[in-house]
Design a protein around this ligand. Structure first.
Ligand code: G3P
Length: 218
């Protein structure tokens, strides 16, 4: 399973990339706004740090402008994945950009029907938003299970399931159990994956006992 990180903060990206756990990065207009930085500059810098796919989202809503924006974003680096919304113009742009050999991430997916359309449009990634479904009392992970089942029924559907709007480690574990290809994690969730109170307590006890021996490995 691949881990992407869902942020436009270079400091977090560099810090987590050094752990070897980061296979790609996703951004969206809200994350770019939060960074306070120039969109094109940030994407270029992220692409230098991470070799895997870096999602950069179009902001137009009509097909023609999406295509122009998508082609411009794709020129920033070979590892840019152009993100388009799950609308009819977005699906059309997905098909056109994919036909050009550009990676496309179709975002804002909230139903299995939408995911099926994105795969037929040649999407490299489909981004179902699990946390936002949970927020409205709908089981977000059930959507992942349904998409997995649909994609597995057809060899021709090559789209990778990229679980987005991840809020906590349980989402990551459930996504892995369902065979999702990728999860994009806020930096805090990726960091939380390594945490366990029994690990902390166990290490504390080992170090206290070790200190009593008066020995040193070095
Ligand atoms: O990048 C898309 C997605 O991960 C956003 O998550 O937390 O804003 O619902 P969230």
């Amino acid at each position: 399973m691949k881990f992407f990180i869902d942020t436009a903060e270079l400091r977090d990206i560099k810090d987590l990339a050094a752990t070897g756990m980061v296979d790609g990065v996703t951004t969206n207009p809200s994350l770019i706004a939060k960074s306070g930085r120039n969109f094109l500059d940030v994407i270029a810098e992220i692409c230098e740090v991470v070799a895997g796919p870096v999602s950069a989202e179009v902001t137009a809503t009509d097909f023609e402008t999406m295509l122009v924006e998508g082609r411009k974003l794709a020129k920033i680096a070979d590892n840019v994945a152009v993100k388009v919304p799950l609308t009819w113009p977005g699906l059309k742009a997905c098909k056109a950009l994919s036909d050009d050999g550009i990676m496309v991430n179709v975002t804002l997916c909230f139903s299995p029907a939408q995911a099926l359309l994105a795969a037929k449009a040649g999407a490299t990634f489909i981004s179902p938003f699990v946390g936002r479904l949970d927020d409205i009392a709908t089981d977000g992970m059930e959507l992942i299970s349904e998409i997995r089942q649909i994609y597995d029924n057809y060899d021709a559907l090559k789209t990778e399931i990229l679980v987005a709007s991840v809020r906590h480690p349980r989402h990551v574990i459930d996504a892995a159990k369902m065979g999702a290809d990728v999860a994009t994690l806020p930096p805090s969730v990726l960091r939380a994956l390594a945490s366990h109170p029994l690990t902390d307590r166990g290490l504390e006890a080992f170090l206290a006992d070790w200190a009593k021996t008066g020995q040193s490995v070095l």
